[in-house]
Design a protein around this ligand. Structure first.
Ligand code: F6R
Length: 345
């Protein structure tokens, strides 16, 4: 049932404030008699001690689920102090990469049916790793929220990170209203889609917390709008991609406020110097400081706790992919050549 929406994709994009609230309900606790801020993940409770002792946490998934894990990786590393490595399920299997008893493997899947992910689960179990699954609800943003809660649970109650944990919990509670706010960019993203309708390609630059946003935004544009798009780690720009920059190729740069902001400012300057055609996503009020020395189109988004900013930043890119698809005359709700879940290898 599409309700008031024209397409299911549009409905799912706009329903994210509610899906996030549902994802957090009963799991994230604030206030109460002792005014504690904590997270309760029932299924994980008995394994937390073992997970905290593991030498490494390995995130395993495909497609969007992989990207969601990548978005949550920094906060998991920060709060747990355990190295977190990323594995695309098929690649882990192709390499028969080493997995040890001291590892915790976190399998991420929306459908729980993806053959590559299930095979990787079997492989990790055979190798003796403790395996836990993130069977999250449908949306990328909910997956990130689930994994941020996972990070809080694994991070435990170390005094040294208490302030940060509380800030992350407050940040999670603030997300639904910020998501509502960012959804107001709908018309602006439709206007941008009109400008990009005939383009062959779109590059998306991100780094740090928003490297995953670049990958996921590009994946959506490819998948539904059937336009070539590449998510690029901005730190790699000088090592190859810079050669592509000219006056015609549209480049989307994610430059919201966090510890990487000044590095992104210098990326923007270098792109300007090569006359790049820039679209910059920045924190509200930052338009003037991201666009020094050149012209660019600016998209301003509300600021969230840094590690949760990817939940906000993906939304304009989802809206862009949606409008590009409709304007280019493709079927948004049934992307060409794709199955609902990939049950074959
Ligand atoms: C992208 C998409 C796919 C899936 C991938 C994994 O929009 O739908 O990339 O994310 O096939 O699927 P799950 O999460 O069901 O294992």
């Amino acid at each position: 049932n599409k309700g008031k929406y024209e397409h299911y994709m549009q409905k799912e994009i706009h329903e994210q404030p509610e899906s996030l609230t549902t994802t957090m309900r009963g799991r994230l606790i604030r206030g109460g008699s002792c005014k504690a801020k904590t997270v309760l993940l029932g299924g994980l409770k008995d394994h937390l001690k073992t997970i905290r002792r593991s030498r490494r946490i390995v995130f395993i998934g495909c497609g969007t689920s992989y990207n969601a894990a990548l978005a949550a990786r920094p906060i998991l590393e920060e709060l747990s102090g355990i190295p977190v490595t990323m594995e695309i399920a098929s690649d882990l299997l192709d390499r028969q990469g080493p997995i040890y008893r001291e590892d915790t493997a976190v399998l991420v899947s929306q459908s729980g049916e993806t053959a590559d992910t299930l095979n990787a689960l079997e492989y990790a179990l055979e190798n003796g790793a403790l395996c836990v699954g993130v069977a999250s609800t449908k949306a990328y943003t909910s997956q990130i929220v689930v994994m941020a809660m996972l990070a809080l649970a694994i991070g435990g109650d170390l005094i040294s990170s208490q302030e940060r944990r509380e800030a992350v919990i407050d940040g999670l509670f603030d997300l639904p209203s910020k998501l509502k706010e960012v959804l107001k960019l709908d018309q602006e993203m439709k206007d941008l889609a009109k400008l990009l309708i005939a383009e062959q390609s779109l590059l998306v630059f991100g780094r740090g917390y928003n490297y995953a946003t670049a990958l996921e935004g590009a994946l959506k544009v490819k998948e539904v709008a059937l336009m070539h798009s590449e998510g690029i780690l901005a730190g790699e720009m000088k090592h190859g991609p810079l050669a592509l920059v000219d006056e015609t190729l549209p480049i989307f740069v994610i430059a919201t406020r966090d510890a990487c902001f000044s590095k992104q400012q210098s990326v923007i300057q270098q792109l300007h110097a090569r006359k790049g055609r820039l679209i910059v996503m920045c924190t509200k009020g930052d338009a003037a400081s991201v666009c020094v020395g050149g012209s660019c189109r600016v998209i301003e988004v509300p600021q969230a706790e840094d590690c949760l900013q990817p939940v906000i930043n993906i939304v304009p890119l989802q809206l862009l992919a949606y409008h590009l698809t409709v304007l280019r005359g493709h079927n948004v709700d049934q992307p060409r050549n794709l199955a609902k879940s990939v049950t074959t290898q």
